[in-house]
Write a protein that binds this ligand. Structure first.
Ligand code: TRP
Ligand code: SF4
Length: 403
């Protein structure tokens, strides 16, 4: 069920070096679309990077600003999305700490990425407290904004599942806010007299007669309200169904389709494989990489026929070329009618064309880093305000708001 009442999206990316075409086709193009449809919070996950990079933090500090520059260059628009840096919103850390009190160790130990990553990154000592806890930090990142949706790759779906479990446990333990009923009734009034009356009627029908249709209509009514806060919306939902206020909303993952861009060796494009095409790489370098990339190993001489299915270049044609060009490749390759350099040209042209505006825009932002810093400052302020409000509710619910 897509409870579309909650149109907020949160996602983060680690600052661990230059972005490449894989990030662009996988994550960033998706973000650029989402920003029109949702209220998006996109952040630089610098604390997350620290969980594996704690020995040498220089990559993190060098990449933070670059990451934001690249986001802006590919069209993430600070007028639509809130762009910020995780560590500049210390409320994430406070929520992480509070959630750590109620999160059973076993929940973290059984997150699949925990053992997987330790295996994969053998050269690093990842038997740390921070590394074990990082999916919980991620849960805090999401829950603090009460986001309904989180765009993530396949490998992160289990983390969002954990976030849901933690939210549920939190709400179960602390969900009944003091004075809940009065607050819910006050929230109903904020919808205006007519809507408040309708809400109360529907609520009565549902609670006294079990009328499921009335429940749906009341939910739709709440979904259509533009002027009530997320906190009030959660109260009204809880009041409607007879529970307490849901303090932490349960997020859903919004699976990012895996990037189909291969690396220049035909494997998945990834920094650790050294097969990337960087978003800011100079055109000559990009061209050189593509010209020298391997083709069908059976096609040794120009006169040998080849098989596109065994050639990494073909995977690029699948992304960048028209059906006509693909036909030309299929025929020309199998009949040795075209040479590999010839075959690569349309791919080279398409990639250079795609990268040109990105490179130009990132150069502009790099010339004016103060503007980038202003964008980040504004985003951090806005994110912080949202996070601050959530933390007030969280502290109050836990009975930790004495002074
Ligand atoms: N853990 C994510 C990664 O390694 C980054 C991340 C941190 C994130 N917090 C998040 C993603 C919250 C989505 C939502 O890629
Ligand atoms: Fe690959 Fe094209 Fe050469 Fe065929 S002609 S082997 S598809 S580069």
């Amino acid at each position: 069920m897509n409870m579309s009442a909650n149109r907020r999206v949160v996602s983060g990316m680690r600052p661990t070096g230059q972005l490449h075409l894989g990030h662009y086709h996988g994550v960033l193009k998706n973000w650029a679309v989402l920003q029109h449809e949702y209220e998006c919070y996109f952040f630089v996950a610098d604390w997350h990077a620290l969980t594996t990079q704690y020995e040498d933090t220089s990559i993190i500090s060098q990449s933070v600003l670059d990451l934001v520059v690249d986001w802006l260059a590919v069209g993430i628009n600070p007028g639509e999305a809130t762009i910020f840096i995780q560590s500049r919103v210390p409320e994430h850390a406070e929520l992480h700490l509070l959630l750590s009190m109620i999160t059973p160790l076993g929940w973290l130990e059984r997150v699949p990425s925990y053992k997987d990553q330790q295996e994969r990154l053998r050269s690093k000592d990842l038997s740390t407290y921070g590394f074990l806890g990082y999916p919980l930090l991620q849960a805090a990142d999401v829950l603090i904004y009460r986001a309904g949706h989180v765009p993530v790759g396949e490998d992160q779906v289990a983390h969002i599942e954990l976030a849901r479990e933690v939210a549920r446990r939190f709400n179960f333990l602390y969900g009944r806010e003091p004075g809940f009923e009065d607050k819910a009734e006050a929230a109903a009034k904020k919808m205006g007299k007519k809507n408040a009356t309708l809400y109360n009627e529907l609520r009565t029908k549902y609670q006294e007669a079990g009328d499921a249709d009335a429940l749906d209509r009341a939910k739709a009514l709440l979904a259509a309200q533009q002027n009530i806060s997320i906190g009030d919306r959660e109260r009204l939902l809880g009041y409607l169904e007879g529970g307490g206020k849901v303090i932490l909303a349960e997020p859903q993952s919004l699976l990012t389709p895996e990037s189909r861009v291969p690396g220049i060796d035909g494997e998945k494009m990834s920094k650790s494989y050294g097969n990337t095409i960087g978003l800011r790489e100079p055109p000559e370098e990009v061209e050189k990489k593509l010209r020298t990339m391997p083709t069908d190993p059976q096609r040794v001489r120009r006169t040998d026929p080849g098989d596109p299915d065994k050639c990494p270049v073909w995977k690029f044609h699948l992304i960048y070329s028209s059906p006509e060009t693909r036909n030309w490749v299929q025929q020309g390759c199998r009949s040795a009618g075209i040479g590999c350099i010839e075959c690569k040209q349309p791919v080279i042209d398409a990639i250079l064309k795609e990268l040109k505006p990105i490179r130009e825009r990132s150069a502009e932002y790099l010339e004016d880093l103060d503007a980038v810093r202003n964008i980040i400052d504004e985003g951090c302020e806005k994110a912080r305000e949202t996070a601050r409000q959530a933390m007030e509710d969280v502290r109050e619910a836990m009975g930790m708001s004495y002074r």
